[in-house]
Design a protein around this ligand. Sequence first.
Ligand code: PEP
Ligand code: MG
Length: 927
Amino acid sequence: MTDSKKWVFGFEEGDGKNKKLLGGKGANLCEMTRIGLNVPPGFVISTEACLAYLDDPQRALPPGVWEQTQAAMAAVEKKSGKGFGSASEPLLVSVRSGSAMSMPGMMDTILNLGLNSTTLQGVIKATGDDARFGYDAYRRFIQLFGKVALGVPDELFDREFEQVKHAAHAKQDVDLTAKDLQDISERFLKVVEKHTGRPFPEDPYQQLEIAIKAVFNSWGGKRAVDYRRQFNITPDMANGTAVNVVAMVFGNRGDDSGTGVGFTRNPGTGENKLYGEYLTNAQGEDVVAGIRTPKALDQMDAEMPQMAKELAELRSKLETHYCEVQDFEFTIERGQLFCLQTRNGKMNAQAMVRTSVEMVQEKLITKEQALLRIDPISLEQMLFPRLDPSVKVKPVAKGLPASPGAAAGIAVFDADRAEHLGRDMGQKVILVREETKPEDIHGFFASQGILTSRGGKTSHAAVVARGMGKPCVAGAEGISVDVNRREAIVGENRFKEGDMITIDGSSGAVYLGEIPTVEPDFTPELSTLLGWADEVARLKVMANADTPDDARRSLKYGAVGIGLARTERMFNDTARLPIVIEMILAETPEARQAALDKLLPLQRADFRQLFEVMAPHPVTIRLLDPPIHEFLPDAHQLEKELGELRVLAQSAHGMTALAGTLNLLNVGEQARRDFDVVRRAIDPMLVEEAITKKETMLKKVRALYETNPMLGHRGVRLGITFPEIYQMQIRAILEAAADCAKAGIKIKPQIKVPQVCTAEELRKVKEFVDTIHTQVAAQYGQPVSFKFGTMIEVVRACMRAESLAEEAEFFSFGTNDLTQATFSFSREDAENKFLPLYNQSNILQDNPFEVLDVKGVGKLMKLAVEWGRSVKPDLHVGICGEHGGHPASIAFCDEAGLDYVSCSGPRVPVARLAAAQAALKQRGRKE
Ligand code: PEP
Ligand code: MG
């Protein structure tokens, strides 16, 4: 290293792209200066200087750094027309850190460096004898410099401050006079002297040198080291911090001065119009402190026309250079407009979409850039009601954000009541359960949203709610639900049936009372953007939909087919459940067949409707999957009811006995008749009958009980042990397809088999399919074309992909179960038991039920795709687990060569954008 090494870069000299050398902030200031924005003069001391300084055990500035700093200061003095240490026109500077990666909180900013007893008078004069402003700035500077650069604890300053405030009877800081602040400044100087053993440095250059070293030292400080460790910032990402020294400009130098913040377009709506606010004769702090109400930038035209014109020019320069909406800060000092900072503006989804589309139309950006600048997940904001962001209320509980959107309604604790109050009485209800079961489905239909105290993001409640597009908070373990008392206890609060609550399925928050919501907005710009997405995406996006309504909504959102129709959902209707129970309770094949015969026409109608809605797109129907006991009532509940019935039976028998003795008594005719009415109301025969029914049910429920139902008698295992069930479903599908074909409706039916682990299972089901197909073809006088495939959701299915591919025309990865099987994590329990801790302590970075585990589950998927296609090169492969709607997982599916993703309807727009981004990134990598 020689003295001639360049350590210090004036803003006009620095390479605006070289963040490693100049830090993010420094590079940005250089870039702003170089594109002709009026940035206050300043310079950057490089990160290399920091590293060389920290390398030196003496902690001296590396040779050349100080000389170059002094030269740079001289240049700043020249440009600003002010002098560092000058009593008449003092130059003050800010000193801040800035590494290649943003590390907020690593080091405070020192403002107004250069203030001392001499320059202070100059500042007071420059601000029209505003002594209060001068002393306020001075006491802040002493405290900040004292703390950051000299290590004086804040409490020592705070104590003095409070004493003066108390003596002055000031309630707030703004009540302090110039004299009070002068007193505080003097006390602060003494604090520093006492703590450091030296007077507060008066010489501005000495202040500057101490500040530079303090910034450098902060890089090796505990706070910064911890931060880098926490966020995995490695030396190749950021090494050392730069120091930015910038001339202070003052917006409080009279009515031709001011300060403000602006957005080049409206961040709330995306409207192509300057947006923001300003204050005349004020410093930035005044805007933040809210002492004076800022004015909208619209008004500047009338008040400061020249400045308004310059601001419009600034806006257009910013956008043409950055090609992004900018969020910028400015200060006007005596009629001169300075841009202090600019960065990409944070906007809501609606504004992101609108600005993207309009900026393409204005030829500021390309379609590809428009597609890449939006976070796909944010599109959900445009599809669901949100809590009104202006209402600030604390939630009483937090669960998992299981299905997005916000909803308010009265709490109701069982599905029947929800149906009664919601559907029949027209009230807005939130169904609150410990967890939900398929038999609760009618309650879902009648509710605005669902809240459960147990279960994860792939629990029944979550998946069903997502499919329906209803908000759901799942696994809110802080809530204890008492169905019998119709109330829930949340810490010290409780809510009863009929009490208003609000849930936010996008954040998992639960609130007492009603919080207003903002309605969603599927705008024309969103349609345009998603149209562009479809042009570049390779992956097709299908929907998981079980009902015609779901299907219609999915179409509206742009799905090109149904990738998963879960047929068990079709059995959850209140009218059908008794038939399903009849089928399950049947003791003989004939009795079972009789129940199935009733279900056949219903299922045929279901499928026909789905085919009609989706024509000509494919509809993939999955044969029955869950364990059948899920359709039956809970054993504990049955036992309880049985106990109650037995008590009732005893009373009924007692009554009958009493009736026998009544004749002997001297009881009047009327009394006898009245008694008879009561006695008949609890007819022992009827009670006995009810008991027998319940006992049979309980016996069946117990017989069907499994310790691990998720790994039990479900999916194809069920289809093989009760072939009549699958046969009925297959017949219903093929007959519905034949019906449609006859009616000239172009359809593409697909049948898939769940939980398959061996090709033999598939062959068995295929035999049913072939036989029934032949029968249906004969019956309808024409064959039906369809595809037959398998879900891949157990590990063995991945391992046996070659042999499965011989039977299947398509694979559909059920990654909910595949994740469960790969990790041996229960999908019902993991998310609110140990996964949060696993995530917090970085044992696992993500929740694998939400973000596809590429390293484990993904590896299995890749193998299965490769092996499957080695047998059948045109094997069609997709995913229909919840990951099919998650952007990073979609990117993986693209890379792994899948043909489609299938997700819940409202995730379809998210998936379309994510698929486009995945394709663009793949293309970028290849190029
Ligand atoms: C899956 O396991 O990923 C799947 C789609 O099936 P289900 O969630 O219905 O078990
Ligand atoms: Mg599954």
